[in-house]
Design a protein around this ligand. Structure first.
Ligand code: PLP
Length: 400
């Protein structure tokens, strides 16, 4: 008898992880990987932050038992997350209108949120930006939603097509779910201004839409508080909304899978009922989150010294990315590249949408071993003082 798997087809490779495999197989010593969304130090290493190291050391010495966590995760962690998102004087928090659960990274938070929303609003459509993080569409589709795009990136201005975005918001059916990048838009690096956020909040209110804010890079644009401007405006709006957040990047804890889902309800009573339903989603999926990552983040955020150290280390990452942006623009100019690359300085977060075509990206790979996403997205946080001249050479060569 034939295997039950005999007719199973090979699924397409994940485009970004596929890029990593190709990069790892490349034997050229000069190769550079600008494909992944990971912050590297100037030495080309993923950092282990000093604040994290200190919290881990203390935890190891305390040698805590590893019982199960509550379904929603560690209370100290969840409280710290809400405070980071909404500030320590948040009325939403003191009113008990927010609920936070510890999730398996930002991705896990999005999926728990999506699964919960599917139970709440089974007939809704989800809208994501055009373009968006490559996993948004697949993730919401896997939760059973139809997924459409709203206008976002304008390739001619290399900024946001804000008129198009607003027009699309104003045409969405009531109770549609709108996924918004709270800051540091992935993949384009193009964010909207505080004033534009106000108009987005107004449109969401007017059309009775549900905002799902994805905050994967808090602290990578202007600062922890500064990057939460969209959250502040939603918090002040009186709307109910969801937030997925992640410490993968801001704590350099990628593999520990530390994120959170936060939901803002209309009242404390409502928040309690929503939490009970979200817990059912978690219980039937992975039961409860792992202990280590959340405990480390909670320890850092609740110790004044470690928190200070973390904020400095995060600022260091932010500043180094900015330096790499300036250096790249300078070095391209110095190589006589005719195109104006000053837009790279305006983009925020880890990435730059360079405008390089899929063909040019392919040439960078084959001729130079410089790997980028075929959309022309490069990870600026993977540039360093040793590889940047070589990368500038490669970009200049394929633009000629
Ligand atoms: N959302 C966006 C916009 C991202 O860029 C990422 C990571 O690349 C995530 C969510 C997922 O974060 P995590 O790695 O914590 O699951």
């Amino acid at each position: 008898s034939s295997s039950i798997f005999a007719a199973v087809e090979m699924a397409p490779r994940d485009p970004i992880l596929g890029l990593n495999e190709a990069f790892n197989a490349d034997t050229r010593s000069t190769k550079v990987n600008l494909g992944v969304g990971v912050y590297f130090t100037d030495e080309g290493k993923i950092p282990l932050l000093g604040a994290v190291k200190a919290a881990e050391k203390a935890r190891l010495e305390a040698a805590p038992a590893r019982g199960y966590q509550p379904i929603e995760g560690l209370a100290a962690y969840n409280n710290a997350v809400a405070t980071l998102l909404f500030g320590k004087d948040s009325a939403l928090i003191s009113n008990g209108q927010t609920l936070t659960i510890e999730a398996l990274g930002g991705t896990g938070a999005l999926k728990v949120g999506a699964d919960y929303l599917k139970r709440l609003l089974p007939n809704a459509t989800v809208y994501i930006s055009d373009p968006s993080w490559e996993n948004h569409r697949a993730l919401f589709e896997s939760a059973g939603f139809p997924v459409s795009n709203y206008a976002y990136y304008d390739a001619t201005t290399r900024g946001v097509n804000f008129e198009g975005m607003l027009a699309d918001l104003r045409q969405m059916p009531a109770q549609s779910i709108v996924v918004l990048h709270a800051c540091c838009h992935n993949p384009t690096g193009a964010d909207i201004s505080a004033d534009q956020w106000k108009q987005v909040v107004a449109a969401i209110k007017e059309r009775n839409l549900i905002a799902f804010l994805d905050m994967a890079y808090q602290g990578f644009a202007d600062g922890i508080k500064e990057d939460a401007v969209a959250l502040d405006l939603f918090a002040a709006s009186g709307l109910q909304f969801l937030v997925s957040s992640s410490f993968s990047k801001s704590f350099s804890l990628y593999g520990e899978r530390v994120g959170a889902l936060t939901i803002v309800a209309a009242s404390k009573d409502e928040a309690g009922r929503v939490l009970s339903q979200v817990k059912r989603v978690v219980r039937t999926n992975y039961s409860n989150p792992p202990t280590h990552g959340g405990a480390v983040v909670a320890a850092v955020l609740s110790s004044p010294e470690l928190r200070q150290q973390w904020e400095e280390e995060l600022a260091g990452m932010r500043v180094r990315i900015r330096e790499m942006r300036s250096a790249l623009v300078e070095k391209l100019n110095a190589r006589g590249v005719k195109q104006d690359f000053s837009f790279v300085l305006k983009q925020r977060g880890m990435f730059s949408y360079t405008g390089l075509t899929a063909e040019q990206v392919e040439r960078m790979k084959t001729e130079f071993g410089v790997y980028a996403v075929s959309t022309g997205r490069v990870c600026i946080a993977a540039l360093n003082s040793k590889n940047i001249d070589y990368v500038a050479d490669a970009i200049a060569a394929v633009l000629k």
